[in-house]
Design a protein around this ligand. Sequence first.
Ligand SMILES: [Zn+2]
Length: 427
Amino acid sequence: MKLTKSLILTLTLFKWISCFSQSISYDIVIKDISVLDVRHSKIIRSQTIYIKDDRIAKIEKSKKYEKILSDTIIEGNGKFILPGFWDMHTHICWKDNLNNLFPTLLGYGITGVRDMGGDVNILNKFKQQIKNNPQSGPIIFGAGPMLDGAEPIHRDFSASLTQNNVQQVLDSLYSQKIDFLKVYSLLPKDVLNSIATFAKEKKISFAGHISEYLTPEEASALGQKSFEHLNRLEELQNDTDRFFTFIKLAKSNNTWLCPTLIIYKRKAEFAKNEFYTHPLYHDLDNDMKNEWEEIKKKWQNKNLTEEEVLYSQKRYENQKKLVKSFYDNGIPLLLGADFAGMQFIYPGYSLHEEMALLNTIGIPPFEILKMATYNPALFFGLTDLYGTVEEKKMADLIILNENPIIDIKNTLNIYTVIKAGKIVKNI
Ligand SMILES: [Zn+2]
């Protein structure tokens, strides 16, 4: 009996010691850092964050004297930590070498993307790559090809749908495990109805442009989950009653807006030369550079009249006001820069431009950071894994050298980036 008791005691002690030693063997510990609580717009100072495998294992108030054993200890004093950014409108899956941009995206703190149209095989190849090696790029949710009408706008990356082939195309995409359906501008009403029915049946979503054949009200009522850009939405601007009726409807249908305001800035300023001398321009692949050069020539040859320039500037001013009105009236926003959908949008960098731009129209930095981090998690129904710096969440994190709440441009002052629990940007 005595022997058994002492054996139990020894075993308990052994268990306690092994638990203890387990509890201190973290992969990364970030000491004494300010956490940006993007959900509640507050800064929580002096926190120590313990990372184990791909998760945030523990967060606690920093102690003055603490003995931490870890392979990697980051001194967070004076620094700020927030969840990784999501670019919710990009086109990275249309060319099979574009995974060479993944390190650039991670370097800019983008740990997740929503691919809004490309090639389904490339999408699946890239997703597999990230699954095998989570540190090699951002997590991707993608649509495969854009679904457009019989005469698609972008032939290369679209499936042209009619009432005759819609079921077959959707079945095929679903069997290839696309994450959602991307709808484009020329889809007829009856085909969109079929897409909406299919999406409901399969419990997936459809998102994209508002079709030219539908009003924004009809698209929202049909269940289109997000509206990309401002297509068709500008028509609400001159009719206050219609605008507010739409707001009510969109909220009741949980319709999101991804305004990609940066593309309208580009459109308004295409005549400017600065885009062609941007340092990141030289890092792009030749095909893309050639495409951009073509557009540059086209714009330079346009010789816009003063009137046309003024018109385009005025339209851009109205587009900014429109985005602000949607924000003011509680329409949930997503941030996207439309890389490869629009020329002179730089991978990674332009999402930061979008953030800075939204700040210039009067949206506070905390709200913008929430749109770039928490809103995507909410949109995908993944708030248990992503979107905040909390225990048990994925360790997809950005550490900034300066406070982005004081100046949103500090999102570019990145100390390091952690993806799935490992440092991916050199410090
Ligand atoms: Zn796009």
